[in-house]
Design a protein around this ligand. Sequence first.
Ligand SMILES: Cc1cc2nc3c(=O)[nH]c(=O)nc-3n(C[C@H](O)[C@H](O)[C@H](O)COP(=O)(O)OP(=O)(O)OC[C@H]3O[C@@H](n4cnc5c(N)ncnc54)[C@H](O)[C@@H]3O)c2cc1C
Length: 425
Amino acid sequence: MGAAGLAAGGLVSACAPAPERVQTSAHIVIAGAGAAGLTAASRLAQRLDGARITIIDPRVRHLYQPGFTLIAAGLQPARYSVSRTASYLPRDVNWIEAGVAEFDPDANTVVTSTGQRVRYDYLFAAVGIDLDYGAIEGMDTSLIGQNGLGSVYHSPEAAEATWRSLDRFAETGGEALFLRPATEMKCAGAPLKYTFIVDDILRRRGTRSRSALTYAAHNNVLFSVPIVSEKVRMLYQDRAVDTLYGHVLKSIDPGARRAVFDTPGGEVERAYDFINVIPPMRAAAALRNSPLAWTSGPYAFDGWAEVDRYTLRHVRFPNVFVVGDATGVPKGKTAASVKWQVPVAIDHLAAELAGTQSDSRYDGYTSCPLITRLGRAMLVEFDYQDNLTPSFPGVIAPLEELWISWVMKTIALKPTYVSMLRGEA
Ligand SMILES: Cc1cc2nc3c(=O)[nH]c(=O)nc-3n(C[C@H](O)[C@H](O)[C@H](O)COP(=O)(O)OP(=O)(O)OC[C@H]3O[C@@H](n4cnc5c(N)ncnc54)[C@H](O)[C@@H]3O)c2cc1C
C-alpha cells in the first residue's frame, strides 16, 4: 500500500467537513473482517446513527499482509504482521465469530458455518481471496522453509520460514526461481519485489556471482501497467535477472527441487535451489459459489464479485456492496485500494439511506511500493486507465528508486494501515 496514498487521503478527509451522520435503523451485515471489512465497520459506525452493524468472520488474528515481504526478507519477525481482530472493532459492532457458509442475496440472508441465518437490509461482502495451493501438483505448504521451498503469501509463519530458506540459500547461492500465478492476485508487485530483495541479499553476502535468478511471468509482460512493466524489465536486465514469459507453475517436486511450468510450447522442467511459490488466487469460496459472483466474462472463472467498478455496488443485488480483494474489477487488489473503495461504497449507502444520491467514484486507485533493493523502492500508484497517479507529484517520482519510498513501505505503511482499519485514514 502506498502510505503516501493513505496519507494524502487522510489529509483530504482532515480538511473537508465531516459528512453529516445519517439516521437509520437498517441492519448492515459485513462478511469478512480483514482490511476491507474492518475499515467498513469503522466507517459505517462513524457515518450512521442508529444502525445495527454485524460483522462475521471466524479469524481472531488480524494479519497485516503487506508485512509478509519484510518478514520473508529477514527484516521483521512473524509477529510483526499479527494483531487481534477484536482490537479494531468499534464498540457497538456485533461480531459473529464464524464463517459465512452461504450468501443468499435473493432472501437478503447469509448463513453462517454454525447454521445461523442472519438477515440484513444491506450487505458488505469483504471476504477476500482464497490461496489455491492445491492447484499446484506436489505442493505441500507444510514444507515451506525446507529444501529451498519458500512462499511469501501463505501466512506470517510461512513468510518467516521462507526467510530461513533464503538465509541458507544466500550462503551458497545457486538457482533461484520466481513466478506469479495466471489468475488475478493481490499485490501483484510482491513477486517482483521479492526477486529484487533476493538479488540484493545475495550481493551483500557475496554469493550473487555464483547464482542465477529467473523470474517467470505468466504472460508476456512483467506488470499490468505497461510503463511499470518496462521499467522493471530494464532493472531486471541491469541486475542480471533472467526473464521467462508465458510460464505458469504446474507442479513441483519439493524433495528433488524441480518445478514444471506450462508454457505455450508444452511443459518445461527447471531445477532450483530456492523457489518462491505463489499459488493461483480465487475469490473466497463462499462468495465464488454464490449468486454474487460474475456469471460470464473474465472475472467469472475465479468467482470474483459482479460489482459496478466505480461504485462497488453489486450489479444485480443493489443492497449489496463488495469491497477489497473479492471485487471483480480490473485493478485494486491492494490494501491501498481498500482505503479508496470503502468510503465510496459507504457514500452510496449513506446517500440511499438519506434519500439522496452520491456521485462518489472509485477510479481503480492501486498502489504498490515496489522495493528494488534494501533501502530503495519505487512508489507505483495507478488507476483503471493505467495512468500513474502519484500522491505527491513533484516530490515522490513514481518510477525512481528512492529512499523515501522505502521509508513509506517499511515504516509509514503499518501505522497508516492501522489508522485505516480504525476509520481514521
Ligand atoms: C505478500 C503480500 C504483500 C502485500 N503487499 C501489499 C502492499 O505493499 N500494499 C498494499 O496495499 N497491499 C498489499 N497486499 C494486499 C493486501 O494485504 C490486501 O489487498 C488486503 O488485505 C485486502 O483486504 P481484504 O479485506 O479484501 O482481504 P483480507 O485482508 O485478506 O481479509 C479477508 C477476510 O475475509 C475473511 N473470510 C474469508 N472467507 C470468509 C467467509 N466465508 N466468511 C467470513 N469471513 C471470511 C478472512 O478470514 C479474512 O479475515 C499484500 C498482500 C500480500 C499477501
